[in-house]
Ligand binder design. Structure first.
Ligand code: C2R
Length: 162
């Protein structure tokens, strides 16, 4: 088992990373790497609001009960996944639009960002930058209630952020 995989199983997962397809995994693993570099365990799942809607809903509805505190959802094309997570869970949902279709991620960006009021998805940038920033934003959310993590983030920023 790789050190990264060991990190994922060692402690309770606080962040759930879900993606619409196995083909999204290389990009979404970037989010996992950022979380793990700060010692935050995550759960990684493939579920699709289009292809496996019942399983996707079940994953979202049970997320809080499994101890997750933030959901990161990455999907490309007609990206419904992050919105579906927000529809089924009241955890904060961070959406990562992925550039997997011929439209280069602009389709996924619009689908993820333009949620109706009351069903929020905090939408990050397209692709790997978005995946990494989703993890950084998740860390900042978790740090609101976790002084040790807040100190780790502060140290990583060279003490430059209050
Ligand atoms: P395949 O590579 O499996 O054909 O998937 C996935 O996120 C992926 O980027 C192509 C793309 O379809 C996306 N997909 C969604 C959803 N499910 C799969 N956007 C969804 O639920 O929104």
């Amino acid at each position: 088992m790789s050190p990264a995989a060991r990190g994922r199983t060692r402690s309770r997962a606080r962040v759930g990373i879900v993606m619409g397809s196995e083909s999204d995994r290389p990009v979404m693993e970037e989010a996992a790497r950022v979380l793990e570099s700060f010692g935050v365990a995550c759960e990684i799942a493939v579920r699709s609001a289009h292809r496996t809607p019942v399983a996707a809903a079940r994953w979202a509805r049970s997320a809080r009960g499994r101890g997750l505190e933030v959901i990161i959802a990455g999907a490309g094309g007609a990206a419904h996944l992050a919105g579906a997570m927000a529809a089924h869970s009241r955890l904060p949902v961070l959406g990562v639009p992925l550039a997997s279709s011929p439209l280069g991620g602009f389709d996924a960006l619009l689908a993820t960002v333009q949620m109706p009021p009351g069903v929020p998805v905090g939408t990050l940038g397209v692709g790997a930058w978005g995946a990494r920033n989703a993890a950084h934003l998740a860390l900042r959310i978790l740090a609101l209630g976790d002084a040790a993590l807040a100190r780790r983030l502060e140290r990583a920023a060279g003490g430059g952020r209050a």
